[in-house]
Design a protein around this ligand. Sequence first.
Ligand code: SAT
Ligand code: MN
Length: 601
Amino acid sequence: MTTSGTTNAELQAWVDDVAALTTPDRVVWVTGTEEERDELNAALVASGTFVKLDEAKKPNSYWAASDPSDVARVEDRTFIASEKREDAGPTNNWMAPAELKAIMTDLYKGCMTGRTMYVIPFVMGHLEADVPMYGVEITDSAYVVVSMRIMARIGTPVLRAMEERQAGFVKGLHSVGYPLTDGKADVKWPCSDTKYIAHFPETREIWSYGSGYGGNALLGKKCYALRIASAMARDEGWMAEHMLILKLTSPEGRDHYIAGAFPSACGKTNLAMIDPTLAGWSAEMVGDDIAWMRFGKDGRLYAVNPEFGLFGVAPGTGDKTNPNAMRTVEKGNSIFTNVALTDDGDVWWEGMTDEAPAHLTDWKGRDWTPGNGELSSHPNSRFCTPAKQCPMMAPEYDEPNGVPIDAILFGGRRKTTVPLVYETRDWNHGVFVGATLSSETTAAATGAVGVVRRDPMAMLPFIGYNAGDYMGHWLEIGKQADASKLPRIYQVNWFRRDKEDGSFLWPGFGDNARVLKWIVERLDGTAEAIDTPVGLVPAPEAIDTTGLDMSVEQVAKALEVDAAEWQAEVALIDEWFAKIGDTLPSQLKDELATLKAHLDA
Ligand code: SAT
Ligand code: MN
């Protein structure tokens, strides 16, 4: 059985081919209406995937628990299948497209047996954009459909626009890889031990198999808006980046737009929703995860948030750390995955409140009591919620061509070495700092946690081509505009620890506005900076600590440039550059030589 279809011949043919290969019981063209969403949610409750939360506490909201093996992006199963291996570069897993497609076609054969195949037309960014960025995801997961409806603009209006414009689109094929062959019963969270998250950048295709987790299954997000889009952006002269977009307004009423790249689970959503602790300053969010940036007619870089929802890490989100996120999810219409369920039909996770409820159902469905030695929620558990519900959403979010970026931040999670903040000397120096960005790994991907790894522009898992060429593309972008029109580039590190007692040197969260204030004053030409071997660091007194219980000496510790630590860092950067190999741009070698010379001087 099939509902509807399309006049777009390429799309219809692809849908027919996929249905013939995967043999679903029926094909449903997703319309995006509220009635359709309600039906799917009800079906997900009936199948046990969803538990409906108490209507008074979280209206129209659901709790889901994944299979314990399917909780994060699987970077070791993620492939960039370009025709040539060198086009995927040294940081991506590569397989020849024909070989990978042969393997995956075998897996897809009959994989939707007993299931419904959904066809989701979607657009990343605005339907009214100069160049609307269309996609279609085929999936056998109703969880993916209702999540995609939160995370992207989907449904019939998008399909009609695609038909009218005869527009091209990114093809995303997703299956959980759990066919209901011979009447086999379904499980709450179908998935497979065999997983492939495959990208074909040349043909703008995504093939995903075996996982239902967000970053592996909601193909508009990391797979399209970063991996495929970064390859498009290289070809077309724009940028697809793993960045938040923040609007900051000073007490004088001047607006500044800041983009910030941070690896997954390093506080990007918290910074995007910052509640400044400094009197007179206010912040609004434009985006919390992805920024697409293009030059405007005035020669400045404009950023749009291509997403429609927020897919944030739940643990650590609470009234103290991120009140705006709490207000966003309280409005309902949200899906919570792998957090804990309270006895009265609400959700809870570590860090939501100081005290845990006396009893919970944990993310594995077991009884949980405080102090039982287990976390109630998986460290990468997520809330999926409509972006527009955020009380501090900037009106510019609706601007189809985005906001002009004044500054770019690069941040990681580093216990040592990297100062709280410093400014780079020019675009190329900024690209060097971005290209050598590093962070301790988090639970956002499977694998060891807490290991320092290089994460260029926080894009390591998301660059859809050769990382050296990607760095070169950044340098190219810098040549396309007047230096005065380019955003200024800063590095920040909220996570530095005291060498003696290991405590955090900086309070973080809302107090990060104090760092942003210094950056704005630099942009306005009113703040001083000290020239150090690594870049321009504020004098400790230049950071506004009004109302903070923090001495100038403590601020100085957070800002310190320790030559010995940086000598060790330089050795690590040498190793990193050696890994990039031939495609490493010579300008970045020059920047490293300059850093070494400054440190030796
Ligand atoms: O990859 S996700 O989009 O699921 C989340 C993240 O790792 O940033
Ligand atoms: Mn992210």
